[in-house]
Design a protein around this ligand. Structure first.
Ligand SMILES: NC(=O)c1ccc[n+]([C@@H]2O[C@H](COP(=O)([O-])OP(=O)(O)OC[C@H]3O[C@@H](n4cnc5c(N)ncnc54)[C@H](OP(=O)(O)O)[C@@H]3O)[C@@H](O)[C@H]2O)c1
Length: 273
């Protein structure tokens, strides 16, 4: 596979990839998690797919029927550490090992940091930060047991390019970046690699389901498809990249924002207003 676009454009193989992996993905019931699960399974990988909506898990099981790989759908909430340990044990009992964690589950919020309902802010923090930590803590022992692994976390361009009303989501995604950097140094000796994706706006259910103030569901920035993001995630599984930024636009926002923070604040004020 030359690049990740190749994964998108190549017709699906008729035999599994040479080195099929066991992958645990959270947030598999829609958007990026759903598209990634379909792509992984079509390539012959084995996927432990986690989400809360049981009907969606059943749909996912049906959608992957007959594909080269196998999906084990498990219902669970990433904010529940005990449950994540239990789901990991079920996944291990079924597939026997774990190679990759894609800590993808997440939730968005729009509203001011001071006036927003605290329960909503807490849900974002519990899901986007605790959820990643619970997933990692459940998966790392299994990776250590099989001699190594790969953790992929999903941060956001918004972690740098925040705007009015996007504060708690930005804060949670900044934390994901910090967690990924810390894990990379803590787990290196265990041969567990960590890749963090600084993701730009993607057309999924995230904006419709977000907590906080209703209003426009998306910013004025161009969007990607979840299939494109899925292809890049699967591509990343075969490589040792620390950070992935998919588009030149996102790279410009992140590096431009670091060099010219005041200018970025002004732009983001207009984008989010
Ligand atoms: N879309 C974008 O523009 C964008 C940009 C940057 C980063 N991201 C990140 O990309 C990731 C995937 O989001 P998406 O865009 O694909 O949105 P999505 O379509 O809304 O998917 C979010 C997934 O997370 C799951 N989830 C939410 N809370 C959960 C919980 N407590 N326990 C278990 N699963 C939970 C949801 O399933 P259930 O409700 O069934 O549990 C759903 O499957 C998120 O981390 C998001 O922050 C997205």
């Amino acid at each position: 596979m030359k690049n990740y676009r190749g994964i998108l454009n190549t017709p699906r193989p008729d035999k599994p990839v040479e080195n099929p992996k066991v992958v645990l993905i959270t947030g598999a019931t829609s958007g990026i998690g759903w598209a990634t699960t379909l792509l992984l399974t079509s390539l012959g990988h084995k996927v432990i797919a986690i989400g809360r909506r049981e009907d969606r898990l059943q749909e996912l099981q049906a959608a992957t029927k007959g594909m080269l790989g196998e999906v084990l759908t498990l219902q669970g909430d990433v904010t529940d550490g005990e449950k994540m340990l239990q789901l990991m044990a079920e996944g291990l009992a079924h597939f026997g090992r774990l190679d990759v964690l894609i800590a993808n589950a997440g939730i968005a919020h729009r509203g001011p940091l001071v006036e927003s309902n605290w329960a909503d802010l807490e849900t974002v923090l519990r899901t986007n930060i605790d959820g990643v930590l619970h997933s990692v803590r459940a998966c790392v022992p299994a990776m250590r047991a099989s001699g190594g692994g790969h953790i992929i976390t999903i941060s956001s361009v918004t972690a740098v390019a925040t705007g009015p009303g996007a504060g708690i989501y930005s804060a949670s995604k900044s934390a994901v970046d910090a967690i990924a950097r810390a894990l990379r140094v803590e787990l290196e000796a265990d041969h567990i690699w960590v890749t963090n994706i600084w993701l730009g706006q993607t057309h999924t259910e995230l904006a419709q389901r977000r907590l906080g103030t209703p209003g426009k569901v998306a910013s004025k920035l161009p969007t990607m498809t979840p299939e494109k993001v899925a292809a890049r995630i699967v591509w990343a599984m075969e490589r040792r990249q620390r950070v992935i930024i998919l588009r030149p636009l996102d790279r410009l926002i992140i590096w431009g924002g670091r060099l010219f923070p005041r200018l970025l604040e002004k732009i983001m004020y207009r984008v989010y207003r």
